[in-house]
Design a protein around this ligand. Structure first.
Ligand SMILES: [Zn+2]
Length: 485
């Protein structure tokens, strides 16, 4: 597999340090609020990466942390009048609720910063001993950026460029404006830990150095996160870890692009975000997951309700195809017949195309194209009167179904019973269009009775009334089916 490595600026073949085993560390959330769609993207991208590597029989150890001490957490807890730990546990639970719905697996290890203060203090002490850090009279500890000659290698910027770009507030305690805090002296009322430099709390960057080193062998194979973490967070992690341990920190740096709204990054600070739970009140979670995988993970993705509706339509079509395949395969009156060579070749081509796409820097957008190709092929079989009755068609359908299930497991989609998903789609669609589902049910029942009684004028009137509400009927030998028009 090839993966784009931010530090080299190139796609590189992914070769883990230990054959067959991959160690992955991804920066998790700061637990002070509900997650928005940007968080969902990052979580889903790395979830798919882990699932894909595991599908190749790689033994993956995946660590994703929770930041549970931070300025934002402290401020929010004061605002809400609750303790930091109460606030944090509320939002970690909310994170799990959202991610479970989106089908994001738990990481193997999910460490919290506050449970690793000892390890962070150890790194601070080592860095001070090695002259890479210094403590100030007020009890702060800073990393001495100029002492680490390759600082800037991840972001690809020189010290001068960083200095020009950094929003550095003048601070007479720092030797240099670029120096960053490893340890912060506690202000009154803040949570604190004892340290050799007085009461204080860790800076943000140090937690990931401490926790990745504790749970994974260095160098890490993959360190991931959103593009906004490249600088300064990940740059600082490299500086801390490599200066303290004198070895390479991580081999492949993988960063996902932003979710945008009207071409601006979706973020808390711009206040243009949609929380995951807001979206899930109007769309099934799988639609959001599907939508986020329709673009390559490094390109920005523009979020809009129109784009969500397109994603919903496409996903619905795939589930309808799955349902039709399952129904066809459940029939027993298949006639003998040899698979058509060109049909089988098409299936093979899709399988190869899917694999090539995933191997090419986890290109889920292209991989989705092969799902559509395969579904197109399947529909041709289903519509072909002779093929859908003989063993040739059945072989194509079986192989295709098997492929779709395997691909679905990697992408975390198409894993539900089609009938159940399609029903959920209708129910949530009614809700979104503010159509009263009880009224729809009552009208359908009334129409069934009218048809039974042979009152077709009444039955047609009800059909029109439903159509006016946005519900379309289709009478089939199996009964009346309805859908949103
Ligand atoms: Zn981190």
């Amino acid at each position: 597999m090839h993966i784009y490595n931010t530090i080299s600026g190139k796609k590189e073949e992914f070769i883990p340090v230990r054959t067959g085993k991959a160690s992955i560390y991804v920066c998790g959330i700061t637990a002070y609020d509900y997650c928005h769609v940007g968080h969902a993207r990052s979580a889903i991208v790395f979830d798919v990466l882990v699932r894909y590597l595991r599908s190749l029989d790689m033994e993956v150890t995946f660590v994703r942390n929770f930041t549970d001490v931070d300025d934002k957490i402290i401020n929010r807890s004061i605002q809400e009048g609750i303790s930091c730990s109460e606030l944090v546990s509320r939002y970690i639970q909310a994170f799990y609720d959202d991610m479970d719905q989106l089908g994001v697996m738990r990481a193997d290890i999910e460490p919290k910063a506050t449970e690793h203060v000892k390890e962070m203090l150890d790194i601070c002490r080592t860095l001070i001993q090695k002259q890479h850090a210094y403590a100030t009279p007020s009890g702060n500890v800073y990393f001495r950026v100029h002492s680490f000659s390759s600082y800037g290698k991840l972001a690809g910027r020189s010290l001068d460029e960083m200095l020009a770009g950094a929003r550095v507030t003048p601070d007479e305690e720092k030797e240099d404006p670029l120096d960053f805090a490893l340890w912060k002296a506690a202000k009154p009322g803040e949570p604190f830990w004892e340290s050799p430099w007085g009461k204080g709390r860790p800076g943000w960057h140090i937690e990931c150095s401490a926790m990745s080193e504790k749970y994974l062998p260095l160098p890490l194979d993959i360190h991931g996160g959103g593009q906004d973490l490249i600088f300064p967070h990940h740059e600082n992690e490299i500086a801390q870890s490599e200066a303290a341990l004198d070895k390479q920190f991580c081999r492949y740096w993988v960063h996902n692009g932003f979710v945008e709204i009207n071409s601006e990054k979706m973020s808390k600070s711009l206040n243009n975000f949609k929380t995951i739970r807001e979206i899930l009140s109007s769309y099934p979670p799988e639609v959001l997951r599907f939508f986020l995988l329709t673009r390559h993970y490094r390109t920005p993705i523009d979020f809009s309700l129109g784009a969500m509706e397109d994603a919903e339509k496409n996903l619905k079509r795939l589930y309808q195809g799955l349902e039709a395949m399952e129904i066809a395969l459940s029939k027993t009156n298949w006639q003998p017949g040899k698979p058509d060579q060109s049909q089988m070749e098409e299936v093979q081509k899709s399988a190869q195309g899917w694999k090539d796409s995933m191997e090419d820097d986890l290109n889920t957008a292209a991989a989705m194209g092969y799902i559509n190709n395969l579904m197109h092929q399947i529909n041709r079989v289903l519509e072909n009167k002779s093929l859908n009755k003989n063993e040739a068609g059945r072989t194509v359908l079986r192989q295709s179904l098997d492929l779709l299930r395997r691909w679905g497991d990697v992408l975390g989609i198409l894993r539900r019973p089609p009938a159940e998903f399609l029903r959920e789609l209708k129910v949530i669609g009614l809700k979104r269009k503010e159509i009263d589902s009880d009224k729809v049910e009552a009208l359908l029942e009334k129409r069934r009775e009218a048809r039974k009684a042979g009152d077709f004028a009444c039955s047609d009137a009800i059909r029109d009334e439903l159509f006016g509400m946005g519900v379309e009927l289709r009478d089939t030998p199996q009964g009346t089916l309805w859908d949103l028009s």
